[in-house]
Design a protein around this ligand. Structure first.
Ligand code: SF4
Length: 383
């Protein structure tokens, strides 16, 4: 299977078609996938159930899933709120293991990571399912689906890492939906990616329990976490989750030394109050670090919020200033063709370090993770 054939196969995933066409990565040595030919073909509802270690047995054959704060209690045959974890005869099985429905080579900036291997390709994948049910979800066709409803690849972690390497990617990314719902696959991807010299990264909602997150941190180089809002009410009404578990996860990532960027989708009239952004920025600066990058991204009408307008650009720029006034050093505006608000500048001397326009990235004056002009260290994972 050569690059063109693989991309063609991936192209059948309508959700990610645009992403496939975005990067202009130079193909390197083609993968030796002879043995895999005929297997890397998406099949409707392909599932290979995999036992999860994240559950407790209950009386009468029931189980309680311990992966996320929902703590679903499931009778035999029941499935959790994420749609991918099922009690099969008293064992909790993952139905989202090595069967991604979305596979792409993306610019890492699309995650969005702005301080992790800038300008490189990231082998990105997701299965069906999600443990949140955000009304504004941009990928609801797969996040709110069950694996039986999607076109899935039989893609073991070993093969995924081989393809990522062959394409010259610097990282493997678990993304598009809440990836911790396929944590057993993530762990295997992470182990193999690191052995192959690739970074292992995720874009997550952070709605995950302590033990699985700590297991993940052992094989994780960077995390991009959605901090969707800063009130419990917003999380409850808009996502079906909760704020405090997400804040706990972000602090745990810091404690484990995993480099983290944060993303807030600014929804007009829902989470765009300056006081909310001010409180969030204050928490980030005081509990984490002023150097944590924050992405304020533009909402476009999607899924259950089609009646709302897109976020005005002026709102994003105003909130950016609010966040900066609380001491945050790297606040970006996303989903907007706004050159200045996407660039990285040195917080010490103001030198332009990385210039971005859309997904085109140019390193201007960043050397070994430091400002080329004044030498100030820039937080991130620079390879
Ligand atoms: S991961 Fe799924 S099954 Fe487990 S507690 Fe969360 S929603 Fe429920």
């Amino acid at each position: 299977m050569d690059r063109r054939e693989f991309v063609k196969l991936c192209g059948r995933c309508a959700v990610c078609l645009a992403a496939i066409q975005a990067p202009a990565l130079a193909p390197q040595r083609p993968p030796d996938l002879k043995a895999e030919e005929g297997r890397i073909v998406p099949r409707q509802g392909f599932i290979r159930p995999f036992p999860s270690p994240y559950y407790e047995s209950l009386a009468g054959g029931g189980v309680r899933c311990t992966l996320c704060p929902h703590g679903c209690e499931l009778e035999d045959g029941d499935r959790g709120a994420c749609g991918v974890r099922m009690n099969q005869g008293g064992t909790l099985m993952s139905l989202a293991h090595a069967n991604p429905c979305a596979v792409n080579v993306d610019p890492i900036e699309k995650k969005p990571f702005f301080h992790v291997a800038p300008g490189t390709g990231s082998f990105s994948l997701a299965t069906a399912g999600c443990n949140l049910h955000c009304k504004f979800c941009q990928n609801w066709e797969i996040s709110q689906a069950e694996p039986e409803q999607t076109l899935n690849y039989d893609l073991p972690a070993k093969t995924a890492v081989e393809i990522a390497t062959a394409y010259g990617c610097k990282s493997v990314a678990s993304t598009y939906v809440e990836p911790t719902i396929f944590i057993e696959y993530m762990l295997e991807l992470g182990r193999r990616a690191k052995r192959a010299g690739l970074l292992n990264v995720m874009h997550s909602c952070g709605f995950v329990n302590e033990k699985p997150l700590s297991d993940l941190c052992k094989v994780l180089d960077a995390a991009c976490i959605d901090l969707k809002g800063f009130t419990e009410e917003y999380y409850k009404t808009m996502t079906g989750g909760g704020l405090q578990p997400v804040l706990d996860s972000i602090k745990r990532l810091k404690a484990h030394g995993v480099f983290t960027e944060l993303v807030t989708l600014v929804v007009p009239g829902r989470n765009d109050a300056p006081d909310e952004t001010k409180a969030m920025a204050h928490w980030i600066a005081s509990e984490l670090s002023p150097g944590v990058p924050l992405h304020l991204t533009r909402f476009y009408p999607r899924y259950k919020l089609k009646s709302l307008p897109p976020t005005p650009v002026e709102t994003l720029l105003r909130l950016r200033e609010t966040a900066r006034s609380e001491g945050l050093e790297f606040v970006y505006v996303g989903n907007v063709p706004s050159a200045e608000a996407e660039n990285t500048s040195c917080p010490q001397c103001g030198a332009l370090l990385i210039k971005r326009r859309g997904y085109s990235t140019r390193i201007v004056d960043l050397k070994d993770g430091r400002c080329g002009r004044c030498g100030r260290e820039i937080p991130g994972v620079f390879v």
